[in-house]
Design a protein around this ligand. Sequence first.
Ligand SMILES: Nc1ncnc2c1ncn2[C@@H]1O[C@H](COP(=O)(O)OP(=O)(O)OP(=O)(O)O)[C@@H](O)[C@H]1O
Ligand SMILES: [Mg+2]
Length: 252
Amino acid sequence: MGTVLAIANQKGGVGKTTTAVNVAASVADAGYETLLVDLDPQCNATVALGLPKDTAPSSYDCVSGHSTIAAAARRTPFEGLSAVGATPDLAGANVELPRMPGSETRLREQMGAVRECFLFTVLDCPPSLGPLTVNALVAADRVLVPVQTEYFALEGLAGLLDTLSLIQRELNPRLTVAGMVLTMHDGRTRLAQDVEREVREHFPDLVFDTVIPRNVRLGEAPSFGVPVIRHAPRSPGSTAYMKLAKEVAARV
Ligand SMILES: Nc1ncnc2c1ncn2[C@@H]1O[C@H](COP(=O)(O)OP(=O)(O)OP(=O)(O)O)[C@@H](O)[C@H]1O
Ligand SMILES: [Mg+2]
């Protein structure tokens, strides 16, 4: 049975999509059938895999009940990696979902045979704790939280963990935190070192050993529509995400 991993943090621009795309690509590269589901109306994960923003069926068709995730999965040009793309109309789901009965469990009900078809399903969440993220957390087995190694990194993390416990208690007893990953780490700065130490002290058992460095190759890969392991396989960003994928796989 496959594992469903949500990548979530309500804070914007912390590396959720970069982590979702590159962990999924690294796991697929290791030979495991993997699915990436873009649940963000910004469609960044869709574009990062070189897919158009008008795919059908899209993740919007899944949350609105017109397709299962498994049926919407399409092969990407990368071996072992399939995807359900997002479209900008997914933004409408934020308004529509709360009006539907059982709105928090819509995505879980549309998973279909995902766990039989894919060893790993990665859900890329938008930067909010709104209906789309709640749906992802209700459908997931594990959640991975990217934390940018910047000032204010800890801000919001306690609240996020409270929300996770609430969802676990009320809606999805299976949900556990896979871990936190420090992203965009600039080892030359004192700030990055301080933030890393502080986050590790606060959450001793939760932070992955692997730290994702700030790396130009990681930032530019989406503009080529390929994961970093294809764009620059020997770059520090590529090596780090490969290592992280191994750690994640060992914890799920
Ligand atoms: N380790 C890194 N090194 C350099 N650039 C990075 C790194 N990680 C992410 N980026 C860049 O930083 C920006 C934000 O990253 P990303 O889109 O992954 O964050 P996000 O949390 O998904 O954002 P949002 O909250 O808007 O969905 C992007 O332009 C991305 O290419
Ligand atoms: Mg994103």
